[in-house]
Each structure stands twice: as structure tokens, then as C-alpha cells.
Design a protein around this ligand. Sequence first.
Ligand SMILES: Cc1cc2nc3c(=O)[nH]c(=O)nc-3n(C[C@H](O)[C@H](O)[C@H](O)COP(=O)(O)OP(=O)(O)OC[C@H]3O[C@@H](n4cnc5c(N)ncnc54)[C@H](O)[C@@H]3O)c2cc1C
Length: 291
Amino acid sequence: MRGGMGAITAELVRCAEERGVTLRTATPVRRVVIADGVAVGVELADGTVAPHDIVISNADPVTTCRYLIGDHPLMADYQAVLASYDPATWYAPTKIALALDRLPAFAIDEPLAQQHIGGLFICPSPAAQAAAFAAAKAGRLPNPNMIALMTPTTTDPTLAPPGKHLMCLYVRCTPLTCDGAPWDASNEHFLYEDALDQLSAYLPDLRACIRAQHLISPTTLQREYGLATGEIMHLPLETPWLFDQRPVPGYSDYTTPIAQLFLCGAGTHPGGTVTGAPGHNCAQRIIAEFA
Ligand SMILES: Cc1cc2nc3c(=O)[nH]c(=O)nc-3n(C[C@H](O)[C@H](O)[C@H](O)COP(=O)(O)OP(=O)(O)OC[C@H]3O[C@@H](n4cnc5c(N)ncnc54)[C@H](O)[C@@H]3O)c2cc1C
């Protein structure tokens, strides 16, 4: 696929508009309007109320329930399950995007570029990997960490100016909060420097190739991307948040205790990554009931 993830979104927009869908972006939803236990529309941040027969949310379940519904007697048990999600005990990847003036060479005697195609996972040992997971789950920044590494410009040069490259690092084991507090600049600095130090054993001239960098921590996801959980998969892809327990036992069929309100995002079964599966399954559930 050319054009990065944005190309998928652009194509979805094109398909939707071709079928007469009205899309509104940059207008957050303030709340789901509920009457007698039935979702009847949404109220936007600008005060506009949009009535709808069905409301489907792909915001993460915590955002939908805590902020878009709030206290509602029908939601009490559902909310209680989600309240057991404790960010202090979960971990998620942190992404670092590197704009490179040139491809760094690997510390091996092989032609440049082949090693950059595809994804690489780098971690000193299985024991170090286990220690990194444990530290992140305890709210600490691990050192060393497990780093996934991709250079998408080696297969899609359109993502950078001619001759330049984009390298994406996913530092796999990072806590949602650092020692119980949101990430701050010193946490980001530590993680960035540590990741580059670790990679320099494999890519000795990486630092010299970097023109700019951008780091997205779990706190960035909460503050700038509207993911209340700070988790790229909305809820962990681990027990007790899997299969018929996702997002809440009894509601893995995309319904909620509010009639006509459905969830279709990564927090529902089978979870995140760019598969479209939760949305597809949710659509089938709605078609089965209303078509
Ligand atoms: C840094 C990063 C790297 C990733 N890397 C990969 C990868 O390499 N491969 C892969 O397959 N997956 C990857 N993922 C995961 C993948 O992006 C997600 O699983 C997928 O985007 C989930 O799609 P979604 O539509 O369910 O939710 P999201 O894409 O999270 O969309 C939820 C949307 O709801 C919006 N929202 C929240 N509140 C409101 C409101 N009140 N009003 C209106 N909108 C609201 C949010 O702004 C957000 O746009 C990555 C995610 C991140 C963050």
C-alpha cells in the first residue's frame, strides 16, 4: 500500500462519500443522547444535537462510557467492569518516528537496504524481554527494552522527500503511567535516548542520520488522540479483556446496556490493529437486527 495509513483513511472517506455518507470531522461528540434507555442521537461539542436511529461508537469503551454517557443507571454494572481497568498496571508501546537524511548501515557485512525491508524486533535476550514487561507493568520505564523497527520508505518512497527516509520505532514495553503519573518530558527523553543507545549496537551511525524525531507516548495518546485508556488497542489484548470478556462480559456482541447504542472499535472483539474486524462484526450484528 502506498501513502501510509492516511491512504487507507482517504480511501474509506472516498467510498463512504460515494455512497452518500455525511462525514463530520473536527467536531467532537460531547455526549450520547439517551431517552428512556434508548440512544436517540449525539450532541456535538458545538451544541448541535444530531438525532439518529442508531449510535455506533469507535471511541474506546472508557471514553464512550465515562465521558459520552456518564452516570446512567443502566450502565452501572458495565461501568464497574471498565473501572477495574487500572492504567497503573498496564503497558503499551511508545512510538518514535525518525526522519532520516539517509539509511543507517547495519553493523553487518551485507549490502545496505535489504535489512531495512520488513520488520525487525530487537531485544538482548528473552530474559531481558520478560524483565521489560514486568517493569512496564509495575509502572517503570524498562532498560533495556524490546524495540520493533520498520523503515517504510524502503518500500514506499512517497512517504519522505527523495533520498530521505522514515524509520518507525515501537518501544514495546512502556508503562501507561510512569511511577503513577502521566509521562513528562524527562520520561520521553529517557526513553528516546535509551532506545537510540540500544539500537546503536546494531546501527552504529543511526544518530548521525537523524534530522528530526517525534515521540508518541501513552500520555500523548490520551491528551492529543482522544484515547482515554492511553492504550493503542483501547483495552489490553490480554486476559481478562479477550473474546467474550471484551469489552465487558455479556456484551462482546457489540451491544451495550443502552438500546440502539453499539461499540465497534478496537476495544471490542477481536481487538485493535488495522483489520477492520471489530467494525465488520459490529455491522453484521446491526444488520442482523435491523435490516
Ligand atoms: C502509535 C500507534 C502505532 C500503531 N501501529 C500499528 C501497526 O503498526 N499495525 C497495526 O495494525 N496497528 C497499529 N496501531 C493500532 C491501530 O492504529 C488501532 O488498533 C486502530 O487504529 C484502531 O481503530 P479504531 O477505529 O478502533 O480506533 P482509533 O483509531 O483509536 O479511533 C478512535 C477515534 O475516536 C476518536 N474520539 C475519541 N473521543 C471522541 C469524541 N468525543 N468525539 C469524536 N471522536 C472521538 C479518537 O480521536 C479517535 O480518532 C497503532 C496505533 C498507534 C496509536
